[in-house]
Design a protein around this ligand. Structure first.
Ligand code: PFF
Length: 451
């Protein structure tokens, strides 16, 4: 049941909202890109293992903190703290996550704006608006500012409505639409010439690469980004789950959906690349690797859609709508982190908080756009390669070393009476205490190239 501060009205509402946050550009763009650059299925295999063995336990830690605290990330962490230094530490970790979410949204909004503009391009062509269609993919500052603003307005409008009528309602509408589009596109692309070659490139692992440190780092980073960890988002979503729900299964279901959709996205993108090749589009970069990143989404795939003639307009439209929807269900979760903080800690009305914070983040995006070549990568690296792992690690330290074991057990038991005898309870506390923080720290230090 929804409480006075709002909450998900049903189990499905939470699952779709949390999966909506998790499934985003990271799955449909990031995951296939990483797979393409890291040895195909070898990456997929490592990703699956890390997602369940490292990201899922950290995800559970965040959900539990939120449901225990029944509040935003800072307040929830402070409820678990006893001493003054612990409360300060709680503030740093909680607020750090909120800042991290805002930073991610500031660059994510720009990428999402591109997705919308690439959806407008075929739509404009279909209705005969040639000049709009050319401008929509023109790479100009005006185009970037306008589409980023449009995307932020949509995000703010949903968050202004609150948890049940905003986040839950829209996740319930958009997620099935997104999954439906994804499946239709996969089925269509797999019928085209060249798709089977792509499928085997995707599914045949190059096992010699499996222990490469670069691959492990990329897979862990991708898993953390995908589950929205280290951003306060899953803490606040956890706080909206009813006490009667079984968090262990809910968390596992969301992880499974997230991983499955990343896998499905690979089934679409990699075969689509090879279909493009069979139509004469170059898909390999100079060093022999599959073209990835922006080149893949904004160059190779549009060329493929172009080559399909009239039907290509619809396929292109469906693909970029899919991308925009995936981005939207993620961006609302990023905005909810700071907004819930402003509402609960500073008593600001939700619509006002959503609008003001949305505006501040939009200004940050415009700052990035003004020097896009340097800033886009810079902010993305700062937030996702530094911010997220550090905060996620500190959250695990908090749960493993500061939160009392009995309190944790009581929280997990709520909605899951027999958890004490389960494999989860026998492993997870040790995992969050030792394995997760150490593994995250090692990967993080390695990514700084310190050893
Ligand atoms: N999980 C989203 C994706 O895979 O695209 C990205 C994301 C959402 C990151 C929410 C951080 C966040 F707080």
């Amino acid at each position: 049941m929804a409480t006075a501060r709002g909450g998900f009205s049903s189990r499905l509402g939470f699952i779709l909202a949390a999966a909506g946050s998790a499934v985003g550009l990271g799955n449909i763009w990031g995951f296939p890109t990483q797979t393409a650059t890291n040895g195909g299925a070898a990456f997929v295999l490592v990703y699956l293992i890390l997602a369940f063995c490292l990201a899922y336990p950290a995800f559970m830690a965040e959900l539990l903190i939120g449901r225990y605290g029944q509040a935003n990330a800072v307040t929830s962490l402070q409820k678990m703290s006893r001493t003054a230094w612990q409360k300060n530490f709680a503030f740093i970790v909680g607020f750090g996550g909120i800042i991290c979410a805002a930073l991610i949204l500031s660059f994510y909004g720009i990428l999402a704006g591109w997705m919308m503009s690439y959806a407008v391009q075929p739509a404009a062509q279909l209705i005969g608006m040639e000049s709009l269609s050319v401008w929509a993919i023109s790479d100009s500052t005006a185009r970037n500012v306008i589409f980023t603003t449009l995307f932020m307005v949509l995000t703010v409008l949903i968050i202004r409505k609150g948890v049940e009528q905003g986040i839950e309602t829209w996740s319930k509408r958009l997620m099935p639409l997104m999954i439906g589009l994804l499946v239709i596109l996969i089925v269509y692309v797999l019928t085209l010439d060249g798709a089977m070659e792509g499928l085997s490139a995707y599914l045949k692992p190059d096992l010699s690469r499996i222990f490469e440190p670069e691959l492990l780092i990329s897979a862990l980073g991708q898993a953390f980004f995908s589950l929205s960890l280290g951003t306060s988002v899953m803490v606040i979503y956890g706080s909206y789950i009813a006490k009667k729900e079984n968090l262990v299964t809910l968390g596992a279901q969301v992880t499974l959906i997230d991983v499955s959709i990343a896998f499905l996205a690979g089934l679409l993108i990699i075969p689509a690349m090879y279909v493009a090749q069979s139509q004469g589009v170059a898909i390999f970069a100079g060093d022999g690797s599959l073209i990835s990143g922006p080149g893949m989404v904004f160059d190779v795939l549009p060329k493929l859609f172009d080559g399909m003639g009239f039907i290509g307009l619809f396929i292109g439209l469906a693909f970029f709508i899919l991308m925009s929807l995936a981005a939207l269900t993620s961006s609302i979760s990023m905005l909810e982190g700071p907004v819930s903080y402003a509402v609960e800690r500073h008593n600001i009305a939700r619509p006002k908080a959503a609008t003001i914070i949305g505006l501040v983040i939009l200004l940050m995006s415009i700052g990035i756009i003004s020097n896009i070549d340097v800033m886009l990568d810079g902010v993305a690296t700062l937030a996702t390669e530094y911010g997220q792992p550090i905060i996620a690690m500190l959250v695990c330290v908090f749960v493993g070393w500061i939160w009392h074991r009995n309190e944790i057990l009581n929280e997990i038991k709520s909605g899951n009476e027999n958890v004490e005898a389960s494999l989860f309870w026998n492993l997870w506390p040790w995992y969050t205490k030792f394995v997760c923080p150490l593994a995250i720290a090692m990967v993080f230090i390695h990514s700084l190239k310190l050893f």
